[in-house]
Design a protein around this ligand. Structure first.
Ligand code: UT7
Length: 316
């Protein structure tokens, strides 16, 4: 069996910043409340006409560049999104088309979207891992991309303050050296809880308190399982990247896992919850900031609508 490595990462955030202060001009809310309850200070919002595949394209180019690969090298493109710009075809097809327009082509790749909300990137990474480990495919691009701003009710202060737009990507392939290896992925879902978080009509609606509780429970459980299966403890972890939904959720998971603050990566203050893009953006930023050194053990935990959640362990 082969091992899967991360060949490159990339991310893209739209340049428009929407601060809590900006929100307080049109909503009955304030910076103090939002920061105290969520840790979010600002989020990014797409420019007029900028779409989900546009964000994905920018993040993908960076990930491919980081991997020193061209779109033509890809065997598969998996896009995780809950905000596709069209019902048909998939955002992955639109991304493939945009990549074909760049230096070279991505024509031979098999491409599709997956609908696992905030957990989409970790599910995508797990799918890529299976194809690569078995030798069925060599180079797989996984992208998490979201234009959350178009599925938010901007009059509902309990939801619209939480989310932001952005994209993150990673290219996976067979390992030639023993570095940046996916050691394991662990995926879970419970569809009986679907009514607690979703888009029943036009906008994101949720039972905030239930989601809050379940997110902590689920990510802590999935993280513990990843550690147990690898015969590791939290002391062996060098960096922990949880889903960037809310700093209070992250603090509560850290407490359950007894994970010290300095081992946790967060950027939720800058971007809010970017759903499926949250993990790959955080991963890319952690890499670019030098937070991961060769041999480090990285724990990832994710959670979202479905509910669907999971974890991954990566040896850097
Ligand atoms: O990927 C997962 C995505 N989902 C999440 O991450 C959400 C998880 N849940 C949460 O983060 C929290 O439940 C929230 C931040 C959404 C809400 O915090 P809470 O402590 O559960 O507040 P609450 O809903 O119990 O509301 C407390 C009060 C209410 O006022 P009253 O009824 O006590 O007078 C709300 O109307 O806070 C009010 N409120 C606000 N006040 C100012 C709700 N939203 C706001 C707001 N600004 N933006």
């Amino acid at each position: 069996m082969k091992k899967t490595t991360i060949l490159g990462t990339g991310s893209y955030l739209p340049s428009r910043i929407l601060t809590n202060q900006d929100l307080s001009k049109t909503l009955d809310t304030n910076d103090e409340w939002i920061v105290a309850r969520t840790g979010i200070r600002e989020r990014r919002i797409v420019a007029e006409g900028q779409t989900c595949s546009d964000l994905a394209y920018q993040a993908s180019l960076k990930a491919l560049d980081d991997a020193a690969l061209t779109p033509n090298d890809l065997d598969m493109i998996i896009v995780a999104t809950l905000t596709p710009e069209k019902r048909l075809p998939s955002t992955a097809c639109l991304l493939q088309d945009k990549l074909q327009g760049s230096a070279t082509q991505a024509k031979k790749a098999a491409v599709y979207d997956i609908g696992v909300a905030c957990s989409g990137f970790v599910y995508g990474m797990s799918i890529a891992d299976q194809y690569i480990k078995t030798g069925a495919m060599d180079r797989i691009l996984v992208v998490g991309t979201e234009v959350m701003s178009k599925v938010l009710n901007w009059k509902d202060r309990s939801t619209c303050i939480l989310f932001g737009d952005g994209a993150g990507a990673a290219v996976f392939g067979p390992a030639e050296r023993d570095e940046k290896i996916i050691l394991s992925t662990h995926l879970f879902s419970d569809g009986s809880l679907h009514s607690l978080l979703g888009i029943p009509d036009q906008w994101v609606e949720m039972d905030g308190k239930q989601v809050f509780r379940q997110a902590i429970e689920s990510m802590a459980q999935a993280s513990k399982l990843a550690l147990e299966k690898a015969h590791k403890t939290i002391d062996d972890i060098d960096l922990f990247i949880p889903h960037q939904a809310n700093s209070r959720i992250i603090e509560a998971i850290a407490k359950r896992l007894k994970c010290p603050e300095e081992k946790i990566f967060t950027n939720v203050d800058k971007y809010g919850n970017t759903s499926g893009a949250s993990i790959p953006i955080a991963l890319d930023e952690a890499v670019k900031q030098g937070r991961l050194q060769k041999g480090d053990l990285l724990l990832i935990a994710t959670f979202g609508a479905g509910f669907a959640w999971g974890s991954a362990l990566i040896q850097w």
